[in-house]
Design a protein around this ligand. Structure first.
Ligand SMILES: [Zn+2]
Ligand SMILES: [Zn+2]
Length: 361
């Protein structure tokens, strides 16, 4: 099957945008025609060789679209179904799915990105995160596809598999934020801003947004932050302590990525507080932490992959929060782009000109 895609053939370079030949779908696979795909930090990190990607590769870690072809072994989908394609699969059969932790599904751990297509010159093309959303068509496993109601527009629905799942899961499921608690959010990009909204929904008393970018801090206030800290001009740890009677925040959500942000997140949580680490910098980044923070201070320091969500049960909840307007997606999609504009999307994302650019192949 022919498709047209934006293919990264060389790191930190312009994309090849043109035809490629999609592989023959396996019995457990679907072909989905892409209608919208977000471009977030995961994607520019892939572009910058920070994510062990292997060009030629189609980036784009999640998307919404319409099912075009259903493999012979796939049940529950038909051509014409509107779906969200998520980067994290849920096979329902492995050890981790069995213990209720599909965020660690063994299918996710099986190594490198699969080859899904060939270029006109014969080179194999991989799909980043088994998705490869910056393409008119995606060849994906049925276990990473979820049905979608018609209520949400494409540009909004495509955020479900991106910051929405990670941030809501970080606040509700992992951070277990309780009404009245103080929540500090380190980094106010796409992920951090969703975390601010989630903390507001959870009834947090004080929501402290931390970022060096004044526009992002302003946005955080419009979404429910009660206080902001300029990480460029002041020590965020001291600032958070000052706002929490010297103790530190009850829950800290780290949504920035650099090692220094991870360290600050741990330091600004109160004793016996909860730290949720959701940001990732380079795949090889290491973090130094004072041992006392990890032991005597009794902090709960928890990792966060895809918000630890169970897509089959959590996705419908998140959809209803967007439908009812309790979550406001309007500030997130700053611009939509055609596939041919992908080089512009990368540049604007790196310059922090977009919260989220959405490609509509
Ligand atoms: Zn599994
Ligand atoms: Zn994302």
């Amino acid at each position: 099957m022919q498709t047209r895609a934006a293919v990264l053939t060389q790191f930190e370079s312009d994309f090849y945008v043109g035809p490629m030949q999609l592989a023959e779908p396996a019995p457990g696979q679907l072909v989905v025609r892409t209608t919208a795909a977000p471009f977030c930090s995961t994607d520019w990190m892939g572009w910058r060789a920070m994510r062990r990607k292997q060009p030629p590769v189609v980036l784009g870690h999640t998307a919404v679209g319409v099912v075009e072809h259903v493999g012979s072994a796939v049940r529950g989908f038909a051509p014409g179904d509107r779906v969200v394609v998520a980067g994290t699969p849920e096979c329902g059969e492995c050890f981790y799915c069995g213990i209720g932790r599909p965020d660690q599904c063994s299918v996710l751990m099986d190594g490198s990105d699969p080859v899904v297509a060939t270029l006109p010159d014969g080179r194999d093309v991989r799909a980043a995160g088994r998705v490869g959303a910056y393409s008119e068509r995606m060849l994906v496993q049925a276990i990473q596809v979820h049905r979608l109601p018609d209520s949400l527009p494409d540009e909004v629905a495509c955020l479900l598999g991106c910051g929405v799942s990670t941030a809501l899961g970080a606040v509700f499921t992992i951070g277990e934020v309780q009404p009245g608690q103080s929540v500090a959010v380190v980094g106010l990009g796409h992920l951090g801003l969703w975390a601010v909204q989630a903390a507001r929904l959870a009834g947090a008393g004080r929501i402290i947004g931390i970022d060096g970018h004044p526009g992002r801090r302003e946005l955080a206030v419009s979404m429910g932050a009660t206080d902001t800290v300029d990480s460029g001009s002041s020590d965020p740890v001291a600032a958070v302590q000052q706002l929490t009677e010297g103790r530190g925040a009850d829950v800290v959500i780290e949504a920035a990525g650099p090692a220094i942000a991870t360290r600050q997140a741990v330091m600004m949580a109160r004793r016996a507080g909860t730290v949720v680490l959701a940001g990732v910098a380079h795949s090889a980044t290491e973090v130094d932490l004072p041992q006392l923070q990890l032991t005597v201070h009794g902090k709960r320091i928890l990792g966060c992959q895809n918000g630890q969500i169970s897509p089959r049960t959590d996705m419908p909840r998140f959809i209803s929060l967007l439908e009812s307007g309790e979550l406001d997606p309007s500030p997130f999609v700053t611009r939509t782009y055609a596939l041919d504009e992908i080089d512009t999307v990368v540049r604007r994302s790196l310059a922090l000109d977009d919260i989220t650019g959405v490609l509509t192949p």
